[in-house]
Design a protein around this ligand. Structure first.
Ligand SMILES: Cc1cc2nc3c(=O)[nH]c(=O)nc-3n(C[C@H](O)[C@H](O)[C@H](O)COP(=O)(O)OP(=O)(O)OC[C@H]3O[C@@H](n4cnc5c(N)ncnc54)[C@H](O)[C@@H]3O)c2cc1C
Length: 285
């Protein structure tokens, strides 16, 4: 297991907010994860850092990071199942599915995420969401330090939500995805078309963490913000994207406070005009 002191988190959060933590641990396997938590220290857990707002520039709390480590992926060919450790990227899962002629997970191809983060957030696009393909999860329950498993129906999946957001004392270790057989050429076509469509709409040229707010029922956040004239609205280095108002982008050395202040401003304006409370999708740490 790699361990770093005074660890720079800038490359580990997709807003590229400058921040450091006292110590960062990169476990390689399930035993490493369990051993770390047995020390009874408190930790902040990061997946690939694509749904985070780091609100502080220094953390005394130690971090455990699943990004480029703890990332084994296996295929159980006769069952059309892929298993993946929590730190695997979902891009990798989608590519391994394609190589093996397994369909159902194409929508993962362009969502930047670890497997663990995708389950926590029930990550998805209009083509599908994690709850459609997840069969089983293995996790460490920090209350009794036991490794347990739960099936899909027990995970309280909702739009961008799961049991793991409500119960933060559980660490996802491994996931089983149930797929079906498909034609690799058709699978590749769906992946490429989805990526092209998304890149044409999303502000990929600036650091961001995807959609800032959950979509309120029957409404779209981007058009509401456009109507309020908030497209391009800037606080410090953080800006409501000029390409897609549902995103905040770091245009010039933004801090966590810049992003949080911009969020507050947007929420206030939306409440005033539409009488709606916009819920933040991103995790504020
Ligand atoms: C350009 C861009 C486009 C995006 N498009 C989409 C999209 O189309 N659909 C979508 O759903 N999302 C999208 N997102 C948001 C993001 O990709 C997802 O929310 C993703 O699932 C976050 O995963 P992560 O590994 O980066 O999690 P992180 O940001 O690292 O963590 C998110 C939360 O999960 C917790 N967590 C992470 N791993 C574990 C674990 N193993 N066990 C328990 N808790 C854990 C963390 O503690 C944190 O609270 C986009 C983001 C970007 C930057």
């Amino acid at each position: 297991m790699q361990v770093y002191n005074e660890f720079d988190l800038t490359e580990y959060n997709s807003y590229r907010l400058k921040s450091k933590c006292k110590t960062a641990y990169f476990p390689e396997n399930e035993d490493d994860v369990v051993e770390l938590y047995k020390t009874e220290k408190s930790f902040i857990l990061l997946g690939s850092g694509h749904n985070l707002i780091l609100s502080k520039d220094y953390y005394d709390t130690d971090f455990i990071i699943f990004n480029g480590n703890f990332n084994k992926v296996d295929v159980v060919t006769n069952l059309n199942v892929i298993t993946a450790e929590a730190g695997a990227s979902i891009l990798n899962v989608s590519e391994i599915a394609e190589e093996n002629g397994l369909t159902g997970v194409e929508f993962y191809y362009d969502i930047p995420s670890s497997v663990g983060g995708a389950v926590v957030m029930n990550a998805g696009t209009k083509e599908g969401e994690t709850k459609n393909i997840l069969k089983k999860v293995r996790y460490l329950d920090l209350r009794d330090m036991l490794v347990k498993e739960k099936i899909n129906e027990e995970l309280e999946f909702e739009y961008r939500n799961s049991m793991f957001q409500k119960q933060k004392n559980k660490v996802i270790l491994k996931v089983w995805f149930q797929l079906t057989r498909g034609n690799p050429l058709d699978i590749r076509k769906i992946m490429d078309e989805s990526k092209e469509r998304r890149w044409s709409k999303q502000p990929r040229e600036y650091p961001n963490s995807g959609s800032v707010f959950k979509r309120p029922p029957g409404k779209f956040v981007g058009p509401m913000l456009d109507e309020l004239g908030l497209k391009g609205y800037t606080i410090g280095g953080a800006q409501v994207s000029k390409k897609h108002s549902g995103f905040i982008v770091n245009i010039n050395h933004a801090t966590g406070s810049d992003i949080l202040n911009l969020i507050k401003h947007i929420q206030h304006k939306v409440k005033e005009r539409f009488n709606l409370n916009l819920e933040v999708e991103q995790r504020i740490i």
